[in-house]
Design a protein around this ligand. Structure first.
Ligand SMILES: NC(=O)N[C@@H](CC(=O)O)C(=O)O
Ligand SMILES: [Zn+2]
Ligand SMILES: [Zn+2]
Length: 391
């Protein structure tokens, strides 16, 4: 049964025999420590203690939406790479420093959450700005949005090779990773092919031209991306993978009617691509790490004639990742994906604290209300497993 079906099978059935019957597949485990907890008379459920994960791709927005969403990420993640696609975008180190302050202000003092800031690359970004960013100690990457590819990307890059080579060369000098939204914007290219064509026409030539540039291909969605990542040097090119692209295929955009809360960019792909990505991340490869791409939009901006791209998954991400690894019989590989591969690639220390994932059913809220409206999370109102907690 494909993963995207089983979540519905579980709905309303805590302690189902389906879950319990899979348990022999979970053992033995190496990377993480396990404790059985008897929960029902039918059998034994599991809890998994893992090093605190980081989120290597997160949209926190600003204003009252920031206040509403940042606690969800901060409650389970130690650090997050914070995307710079605000209006106006974060194009300077000074703006990144100020944005970081506003994120920290939205949390209780000494909360421990560490936002790792990024700069939004434009045609006019200077090599000097990259030096400043590195010296600041708070900027950890530069983000490339092809102009027009996704939400708030209108100020992005129009011609990587024509306009950005000097900046990219400085990034090599500064060991500053380039994070890439990997889709071409040519309206003649089919939406479902935009990632593959980007790899062929921009990313592969870029990696060939600057082999020492560290690159993260963000939110990959295709077997083409997996093949490309595997073809590059480990430690030089890596990828983040979202929970929705591991858990859902493109049918879920249309199941029972148009489903705006499953719409993000790059758009969900067909089942064969999902399976290739699950195999890649659960293989134990160090080239892939957790990046939720949690991207909240107010309900009215999703449920309207021209709805925004972006899925709010921060509250459910860890539950979904754990379920994907469980279904693949690879729970022993989960901790490396959530907590080791990301910091290792960025050259940062791994977190020292732990979190616990309990294999117990919990219901996702229908929505979260905040000052200016509501946000609807992925799997709103449904029952998931693997509840994360701090102890
Ligand atoms: N993923 C999305 O669909 N949307 C993101 C932008 C992005 O990451 O491409 C957003 O900021 O809303
Ligand atoms: Zn993107
Ligand atoms: Zn994103």
């Amino acid at each position: 049964m494909p993963a995207y079906c089983s979540i519905q099978f579980l709905t309303g059935l805590p302690g189902s025999s389906f879950i319990l019957s899979r348990q022999p597949n979970l053992l033995p485990l190496r990377a993480a420590s396990w404790k059985p907890i008897p929960l029902t008379s039918k059998g034994v459920k599991m809890e998994l203690t893992v090093t605190r994960p980081d989120d290597w791709h997160l949209h926190l927005r600003d204003g009252d939406l920031l206040q509403a969403v940042v606690p969800h990420s901060a409650s389970h993640f130690g650090r997050a790479i914070v995307m710079p696609n605000l209006k106006p975008p974060i194009t300077t180190t000074a703006a990144a420093v100020a944005y970081r302050e506003s994120i920290l202000k939205a949390l209780p003092p000494n909360n421990g959450f560490d936002p790792l800031m990024t700069l939004y690359l434009t045609d006019n970004t200077s090599p000097e700005e990259v030096k400043l960013a590195r010296r600041s100690g708070v900027v950890f990457a530069v983000k490339l949005y092809p102009a027009g590819a996704t939400t708030n990307s209108q100020d992005g890059v129009t011609d990587v090779f024509g306009k950005c080579l000097a900046v990219l060369e400085e990034m090599v000098e500064q060991s500053m990773p380039l994070l890439v939204h990997g889709e071409v914007t040519d309206p003649n290219v089919d939406t479902f092919d935009r990632e593959r064509v980007f790899i062929e026409t921009i990313l592969a030539p870029l990696v060939q031209k600057l082999p020492r540039l560290k690159v993260v291909m963000e939110h990959i969605t295709t077997m083409d991306a997996v093949r490309f990542i595997e073809s590059c040097s480990e430690g030089q090119v890596a990828a983040t993978v979202t929970p929705q692209h591991l858990f859902l295929n493109r049918n879920s955009l249309f199941q029972g009617g148009l489903q705006p809360h499953n719409y993000c960019l790059p758009v969900l792909k067909r089942e064969t691509h999902r399976q290739a990505m699950v195999s890649a991340v659960t293989s134990g490869s160090r080239r892939y790490f957790l990046g939720t791409d949690s991207a909240p939009h107010e309900r009215r901006r999703k449920e309207c004639p021209c709805g925004c791209a972006g899925i709010y998954n921060a509250p459910v991400a860890l539950s979904l990742y754990a379920k994907v690894f469980e279904e693949a019989g690879a729970l022993d590989k989960l901790e490396a994906f959530t907590s080791f591969n990301g910091p290792d690639f960025y050259g940062l220390p791994r977190n020292t604290s732990k979190i616990v994932l309990r294999q117990s059913a919990w219901r996702v809220p229908e929505s979260y209300t905040y000052a200016s409206g509501e946000i609807v999370p992925l799997f709103a109102g449904q029952t998931l497993e693997w509840l994360p907690s701090n102890s």
